[in-house]
Design a protein around this ligand. Structure first.
Ligand SMILES: [Zn+2]
Length: 256
């Protein structure tokens, strides 16, 4: 009898505790073990899911379970030594895409917050997963526009386009890996500022702005904010990154 490793598919003797090839604990349930191994991601999701990798750009997810690691898995990031050999899995199930840390040495962060290993977290478009020194941005395409009106805090640009802010850290800057990407704005820094959305025990959302020392600065209601200092911002405020201005709005839950 042999045991097939769910990660690297190598056959191991039944007496082995750890996979000879990749080091996976063989008694550990595979990430997303409730889903069909060979399934197609399009059967689970009604949108296309992509990961934007540093230097490599956008990679479309094709499998129901995508394992990411330095040496093993479906997407390998060999040049980041702080990523574990097996780091994390992305699992599509019940119409959603989830991230799970696979007991990596340095952990996995979702929007700047470390996630406990072995548990799954639902992803939204714009989320940033950090593994080792690599930031991986999640992007969904072909979503219907209804999601734009769900309750939460939004940045609205001068054309009225809304970007929903995620719980945790939302980075703003010119690089495509930012949560809010301002690609065509030459005066915005590559990594300009962070908007941190924190849920207070009262259930209220508090939003903080930190300028990351950008050359052209950040402004709240046209007043410059000091670099590297957390400033609380409120719905209705005007937030400017260099020469790009947004209005912060809150869409409330509909009352019954
Ligand atoms: Zn293995």
């Amino acid at each position: 009898m042999t045991l097939t490793c769910p990660i690297c598919k190598v056959q191991n003797a039944e007496s082995e505790d750890w996979c000879n090839e990749c080091g996976w604990l063989l008694s550990q349930k595979a990430p997303g073990s409730s889903v069909q191994d060979e399934g197609n991601i399009d059967d689970e999701l009604d949108f296309k899911a992509f990961l934007i990798l540093p230097e490599r750009g956008s990679v479309g997810l094709k499998k129901i379970r995508t394992v990411i690691g330095r040496e093993f898995g479906d997407i390998q990031i060999p040049d980041d030594l702080n990523i574990s050999r097996i780091q994390l899995a992305l699992v599509a199930e019940n119409g959603g895409l989830y991230v799970e840390d696979l007991r990596s040495s340095n952990g996995t962060l979702l929007n700047g917050v470390k996630i406990p290993p072995g548990r799954r977290y639902l992803l939204s478009t714009g989320d940033v997963i950090t593994a080792g020194d690599s930031a991986l941005k999640v992007e969904f395409k072909g979503l219907d526009k209804e999601g734009e009106e769900s309750p939460g805090l939004y940045l609205v640009d001068e054309e009225g386009t809304k970007s929903r802010l995620r719980q945790g850290d939302n980075t703003v800057g010119r690089l495509p890996l930012n949560t809010v990407t301002l690609e065509d704005c030459p005066y915005v820094a590559r990594e300009h500022a962070v908007l941190s959305l924190e849920l207070a025990p009262s259930g209220l959302n508090f939003l903080y702005l930190t300028d990351l020392g950008s050359s052209n600065g950040s402004f709240v209601n046209q007043k410059p904010v000091p670099a590297h200092t957390r400033i609380r911002v409120h719905p209705g405020d005007e937030i400017t990154f260099s020469d790009v201005t947004f209005r912060l709005i809150e869409i409330m839950k509909e009352e019954d």
